[in-house]
Write a protein that binds this ligand. Structure first.
Ligand code: NAP
Length: 259
């Protein structure tokens, strides 16, 4: 299917690896010129080179911590304006609810709520002026089915979800569609690290932890960054013009609910 976005300009945050990279690849395949971001410069430049080489689009890497004011300013300066914004950042660490300090919460809210909101505030007004835009925020399955040890993530992402619920309806009339994509367990470094946490907590091997976690998913396996990215690219397509303010769960059926 032609997504109708060839020649558009997009920003994909936290995109040298994992789900962000999956989104960047799928958008590049659809012909979108990109600015991609991550903190580590080497992997980011390599990813930018590989994507540009494979899909023959412009890919500009900007190494910066997207959760900081300085990092966002650097990325926005290189970007200029954008038609498509994919917000993403690393997830907070697991832990116990009574151990988290105020600083832990502020850090999680900065990374997984305020970063997305501030980027939307910077870029959506231009999209509204030009009458077309797409925003996809990468959040988490934990928004719909909170996971106790990921309480910092549950808290920050619930705040972003509430913001998007209101704001997406305020901008839709100007051609801008804002939605959230909620990953369940996907085969990325983050999943491997969480497997390690389960292995440590339960005194089992990482392979056993993975097998155990896979059994909680009806499909019996982890999702892939490529499939996740394809869904993101569809949400950024012309055809997604009637999808507004949704929280779309990609979890292999793991969350057992009807809504
Ligand atoms: P990942 O494989 O660990 O990849 C993280 C990417 O983000 C890397 O490119 C990393 O590069 C970049 N990054 C991390 N922190 C950054 C920052 N502060 N500024 C800029 N770039 C940053 O993670 P993932 O699995 O793709 O997960 C993406 C998001 O989805 C996370 O918020 C995660 O919590 C959430 N999620 C993932 C899963 C899953 O199963 N994978 C499930 C639910 C939710 P650098 O380290 O070089 O910066």
């Amino acid at each position: 299917m032609d997504l109708g976005i060839r020649g558009k300009r997009g920003l994909v945050c936290a995109a040298s690896k994992g789900l962000g990279r999956g989104c960047a690849e799928a958008l590049a395949e659809a012909g979108v010129n990109l600015v991609i971001n991550a903190r580590g410069s080497d992997a980011l430049h390599q990813t930018a080179f590989e994507i540009a080489d494979k899909y023959k689009v412009e890919v500009t890497p900007v190494a910066a911590d997207i959760t900081t004011d300085a990092g966002r300013a650097k990325v926005l300066e290189a970007l200029g304006q954008a038609d498509i914004l994919v917000t993403n950042a690393g997830g907070p660490p697991p832990g116990m609810w009574m151990d988290w300090t105020r600083d832990d919460f502020i850090k999680a809210v900065d990374a997984n709520m305020m970063t997305a909101i501030l980027l939307m505030q910077a870029l959506v007004p231009g999209m509204m002026e030009r009458g077309w835009g797409r925003v996809v925020n990468i959040t988490s399955q934990s928004v719909k089915t909170p996971i106790g040890v990921l309480g910092l993530s549950n808290t920050a992402r619930a705040g972003l979800t509430g913001f998007v619920a209101g704001m997406s309806r305020q901008v839709a009339g100007r051609g801008v569609c804002v939605n959230n994509l909620l990953p369940g367990i996907h085969d990325t470094d983050r999943a491997v690290s969480l497997d390690g946490g389960v292995a440590k907590a339960e005194g089992i091997s990482a392979a056993e932890a993975r097998e155990k976690r896979q059994k909680t998913i009806p499909t019996g396996k982890y999702g892939t960054a490529a499939d996740f990215g394809a869904t993101c690219a569809f949400l950024c397509s012309q055809q997604a013009a009637f999808i507004v303010g949704q929280n779309i769960l990609l979890d292999g059926g793991a969350s057992n609910s009807v809504m």
